[in-house]
Design a protein around this ligand. Structure first.
Ligand SMILES: NC(=O)c1ccc[n+]([C@@H]2O[C@H](COP(=O)([O-])OP(=O)(O)OC[C@H]3O[C@@H](n4cnc5c(N)ncnc54)[C@H](OP(=O)(O)O)[C@@H]3O)[C@@H](O)[C@H]2O)c1
Length: 292
């Protein structure tokens, strides 16, 4: 039985979906069972708890054959992930598959990246059989601009001419399943990317081509991005770290293309055009409601 943390999230929910589709027994570690039912359906067993509540994690991972460790960006992320790693080390002592980030480095100036570097170090300091999947920038991040694009607005980001080898979260989930169901992955770190490293201008061109409409990239200055994010309800610390991450992207941390998705799953990584085609509805305005 595989325990998946962060199971209602972008990656965790796709991992649960891929495990269920493969007929692999799994359990979702969630803090809100109603949300879990809405996201995952009623048939996925859940263990209710919180990353801050170590006993609830120990109860969830006890008896597991493997733990998939995925959590959200949070100032407590390192402690949260340490709680899961330590709970596994004191109970089932099973394989841990950690979702990490491209460029993970405890000394990174970007907290979202540094926190993963620190969690990786915590995991490495145990003797648990572990596999680290360092993911590139998720293609699903583009969905944050879907509303703007669907109404003819721009793709705005402080991306400059950064090359980013964006990866489809579905490919992350498929890679997790391979790591869980085949041998030889303990002690390995895989960097998961899409098949091309594209600039945001090229991303906008791809959106325009696939959606058959004009999409302009705007290299938004940091202050205006910060203001827009905070105005949209994002906490200030998160907006600052979002900008730090984009600074690292402009320095090239996500520019390397690897073959790890194909090596692990046996099929090519999803390209951006396919991702956009599969999510075209999100980038398209909803039809006006009928007045009759
Ligand atoms: N976005 C990117 O481009 C990118 C690239 C590389 C790596 N990553 C990393 O990928 C990982 C997964 O990202 P994601 O997009 O799947 O994140 P996400 O959608 O924000 O999901 C976070 C999950 O963690 C759960 N969670 C948060 N706080 C919790 C707590 N205190 N106790 C229990 N569960 C809690 C959330 O549950 P609720 O539903 O209850 O909130 C949710 O299921 C992150 O660590 C991120 O840094 C992201």
């Amino acid at each position: 039985m595989i325990v998946v943390t962060g199971a209602t999230g972008n990656i965790g929910s796709r991992v649960i979906g891929a495990l269920v589709a493969s007929g692999i027994p799994c359990r979702a570690f969630v803090r809100d069972p109603a949300k879990a039912a809405a996201v995952l359906g009623d048939d996925v067993p859940v263990a209710v708890g919180d990353f801050a509540d170590a006993p609830s994690i120990r109860a969830a991972v006890d008896g597991a054959d493997a733990v998939v460790l995925s959590s959200g960006n949070d100032p407590r992320q390192v402690d949260f992930e340490a709680n899961v790693i330590d709970a596994t080390a004191t109970t089932s002592r099973c394989q841990v598959v950690k979702i990490s980030s491209v460029g993970a480095d405890p000394d990174s100036p970007a907290a979202f990246v540094a926190w993963h570097g620190r969690s990786e170090a915590h995991l490495a300091a145990t003797d648990l059989p572990a596999t680290v999947l360092r993911a590139n920038f998720y293609m699903t991040n583009l969905l944050a601009a879907a509303d703007s694009i669907s109404h003819g607005g721009p793709l705005a980001a402080p991306a400059g001419d950064a090359r980013i080898a964006m990866v489809d979260p579905r490919d992350i989930a498929a890679s997790v399943v391979t790591v869980l169901t085949s041998s030889g992955h303990h002690g390995h770190t895989y960097e998961l990317t899409g098949p091309q490293a594209l600039t945001y201008a090229q991303v906008a061109d791809t959106l325009a081509r696939v959606l058959d409409r004009s999409v302009e990239f705007v290299d938004a200055p940091e202050p205006s991005v910060r203001d827009a994010l905070v105005a949209s309800g994002m906490p200030e610390w998160f907006a600052e770290e979002f900008l730090s991450l984009f600074a690292e992207l402009r320095h090239g941390i996500a520019a390397t293309v690897t073959t790890s998705v194909q090596d692990l799953t046996g099929r090519p990584a999803t390209d951006l055009a396919s991702f956009i085609a599969d999510h075209a509805a999100a980038f398209t305005p909803a039809p006006a409601a009928s007045t009759r």
